[in-house]
Design a protein. Structure first.
Length: 507
């Protein structure tokens, strides 16, 4: 039977040729219920109601004391390019869900929302707003799914990377995770986020090209196995890449074969006048024992300060344990456990309605639920971070937008989950607001920063975080509090809602 081998028209279109990392043609990157709600708002003529949504997450990954915000770049590019194509409209029409008036509306769709955000690379903590979206209800509803998709994953991986790099300090961490990542998009986004979190380089060449991340790599066991002998394989690799020669020594027996053969090749390079740092990688076995043996053998051969890269399903806990055992590893290749956040595969980020505008007045909205930890914080807010005289962060307080707030001293506040309980941030010497306007009426308002700039911001902010929040186990809980006025308002809404529910039950 003959098959049609002609390329489909779609593959010749301009949209297809645009790289996915420009975030174009993604209007349908959403859940169906966002579109059905949009159609409902449109039909009921409620789409122009002004609303305010907030993106935040409810909990950190296990044993973590902080998170590093990442993914804003992707979200802003998505917003700037958000259009419904002719193909999008025809597909939606084929579902037989939406009427023609709504589909005609989508053909000319344009965003009018305003977005405020914490800068990418910032430290963020549970329950505080990271991104605020304000504008027409219909538009603010649409962007929810894409926002969560971009921000949850990249923040998760940047945060995991920071923990891994903290465990390895001062050694560099190389991200080797592309082959285990969740598809191409997961791989590229993970490489970017891992670099923001502190990794020194990636094995992902596409991420190197797109974002300018340094790339690194050695060779595989197959390189060694394709030659008649391990020594021949090492010599061939050293001949090709004498100044980038990192030899994988555990294809056979690392102590009896791999390390001695690597030393022989490094001696030959030295005899040729090529003065390079001897470097090996160990990818299996007892990494502590083998690295100690390798270090001793290389020193005895006259090679000081050898580079010994350890890999093989590493995570922050194993790295910390190997360092405790005195392993002579001084660079770490981390893949699967980093790019998949193996121990916590999802961040609990949510996008919740906090205020609705009626006339000229913004009315607060509060989600009340049987799980108290899932309750939200009402109203349009400003989040302020307080610092000690030494530049360490002390805690964050959420204020209502119109509130004046203290800038120093002892800061009175309320507990977030129990707003009738008073708490305090003591000894603040200065503060800063966390959010800035980044998008308005279809336009990105800030320069899109390089990944190196974002990485440096993350590094600086981590340096301002006291050590007790960085522990790999049982870190201190960072204070995210409500202003007294916001706490009082939340408490009143709770009480009035409980009264209404009680009256409803009596009826």
């Amino acid at each position: 039977m003959g098959e049609n081998t002609e390329p489909r028209e779609y593959f010749e279109s301009e949209d297809y040729l645009k790289p996915w990392f420009e975030r174009r043609g993604l209007a349908l990157l959403t859940d169906l219920y966002q579109l059905t709600m949009m159609a409902g708002y449109f039909e009921e003529k409620r789409g122009d109601i002004e609303v305010c949504f907030e993106y935040f997450f409810r909990s950190l990954p296990p044993h973590s004391g902080y998170a590093i915000f990442a993914g804003l770049d992707s979200f802003l590019l998505y917003l700037a390019n958000l259009r419904f194509s002719k193909e999008d409209i025809e597909y939606l029409r084929s579902l037989n869900i939406f009427d023609d008036d709504f589909l005609d509306f989508l053909q000319n769709f344009k965003l009018h929302i305003t977005v405020r955000s914490v800068p990418e690379g910032s430290l963020v903590f549970p329950f505080e707003p990271v991104v605020q979206v304000e504008g027409p209800l219909l538009e603010a509803q649409l962007v929810e799914t894409a926002l969560l998709n971009f921000l949850n994953f990249q923040t998760l991986i940047a945060s995991k990377s920071a923990r891994v790099c903290f465990a390895a300090e001062p050694d560099p961490v190389l991200e080797f995770g592309l082959r285990r990542a969740h598809g191409p998009d997961g791989g590229i986004s993970a490489s970017r986020s891992a670099y923001i979190g502190g990794c020194s380089a990636t094995s992902n060449v596409m991420a190197g090209k797109v974002y300018g991340i340094p790339v690194a790599g050695t060779h595989a066991h197959s390189w060694v196995m394709s030659y008649q002998s391990e020594l021949e394989a090492f010599r061939a690799f050293a001949k090709l890449y004498p100044t980038r020669c990192i030899l994988l020594v555990d294809t056979y027996d690392p102590i009896r074969s791999g390390i001695p053969n690597a030393i022989q090749v490094f001696k030959e390079l030295r005899e040729q006048g090529i003065n390079v740092r001897p470097a090996i990688r160990i990818d299996s076995g007892d990494l502590a024992k083998i690295s100690k043996a390798a270090y001793k053998m290389m020193l005895e051969a006259g090679f000081e300060n050898p580079l010994i890269v350890g890999s093989n399903d590493l995570n922050e806990d194993l790295i910390a344990d190997l360092r405790r055992q005195g392993a002579k590893i001084n660079a770490w290749g981390v893949g699967t456990h980093l790019v998949t956040s193996y121990d916590c595969p999802a961040l609990s980020g949510v996008y919740k309605l906090v205020a609705v505008k009626r006339g000229n007045v913004w009315e607060p909205r509060l989600k009340i639920t049987g799980n108290i930890e899932k309750s939200t914080d009402p109203g349009r807010k400003v989040t302020v971070r307080y610092f000690s005289k030494d530049g360490y962060i002390l805690g964050d307080v959420m204020y209502l937008e119109e509130e004046e707030y203290p800038t120093m001293g002892d800061i009175d506040a309320k507990a977030r989950l129990f707003p009738h309980i008073s708490q305090k941030i003591e000894g603040a010497t200065y503060c800063e607001e966390l959010h800035k306007k980044v998008f308005h009426n279809g336009n990105i308002l800030i320069p899109l920063e390089s990944v190196h700039t974002i990485r440096e911001r993350a590094r600086q902010q981590l340096a301002s975080l006291p050590e007790e929040y960085k522990r790999l186990r049982n870190p201190e809980v960072y204070k995210v509090l409500l202003s007294p006025k916001l706490g009082e308002m939340k408490n009143k809404i709770w009480q009035s809602s409980e009264m209404c529910m009680s009256l409803g039950e009596k009826k």
